[in-house]
Design a protein around this ligand. Structure first.
Ligand code: GRF
Length: 213
């Protein structure tokens, strides 16, 4: 009997990557079970996708706080998330469009690997540039707004990356990546949609190989 990998998914938005995991689970191409979904936003459509399937879902907002109290408030928020995760015992945590940075303490305490999807190419092992398959180099784009940045910089190619999460933002060992050409007339939304098509394929592929990660 194959044991199903228990996946916790962290989201902030529409959850099309989460849906790709659900779909692969339904199709029998992924021996995984989404055990828990956590969103930091109440209006994340991924929450609706989750509730429709009777999968446990939690809305865990990060409260606004004055600068002096922010670190303490964030630590309590992470503790609550850790307590929830502990209750559902995932084998892996997938940050799928989750727009929050997780602390080193969280990563050390959560008890399983955390992986992240990023809508740009990242170098394996850090650095400021990425070498494309054809040998050209492009800048590594980290943080938010990287699809718009790829367009603004006139990059010929961008892409997406699935990587292990480390305390450094959008860094950590690369598990999978895909290049996506920037086409004439692309807008942020057309380009991001093509990137997301690749992201949905990659996240399922990475989870399929999870036992070897
Ligand atoms: C993806 O492009 C992911 O890389 C980025 O946010 C998007 C999430 O999309 N961080 P969705 O919510 O899974 O549709």
């Amino acid at each position: 009997m194959t044991t199903r990998v228990r996946v916790a998914v962290l989201i902030s938005g529409s959850g099309t990557n989460l849906q790709a995991i659900f779909d692969a689970q339904d199709a029998g191409t992924l021996a995984a079970e989404v055990a828990l979904v956590i969103s930091d936003r109440a209006d994340a459509y991924g929450l609706q996708r989750t509730l429709r399937r009777d999968v446990p879902a939690a809305f865990l907002p990060l409260p606004r706080a004055p600068k002096a109290e922010r670190a303490a408030v964030r630590a309590v928020w992470e503790d609550r998330m850790l307590a929830l995760l502990n209750a559902y015992q995932p084998d892996i945590i997938v940050s799928a469009g989750f727009l929050r940075v997780l602390s080193g303490r969280f990563l050390e305490t959560c008890g399983c690997p955390v992986i992240n999807q990023h809508p740009a190419l990242l170098p394996d092992g850090g650095g400021d540039t990425v070498t494309l398959a054809d040998g050209r180099q492009i800048p590594a784009l980290r943080g938010l707004g990287v699809v718009a940045q790829a367009l603004a910089l006139g990059l010929p190619v961008t892409g997406c990356t699935v990587h292990r999460v480390t305390p450094l933002v959008d860094d950590g060992p690369v598990l999978a990546h895909a290049e996506v050409p920037v086409l004439p007339g692309d807008t942020e939304s057309t380009l991001h949609e093509r990137i997301k098509m690749e992201e949905r394929r990659l996240i399922v592929e990475v989870l399929q190989t999870f036992r070897q990660l």
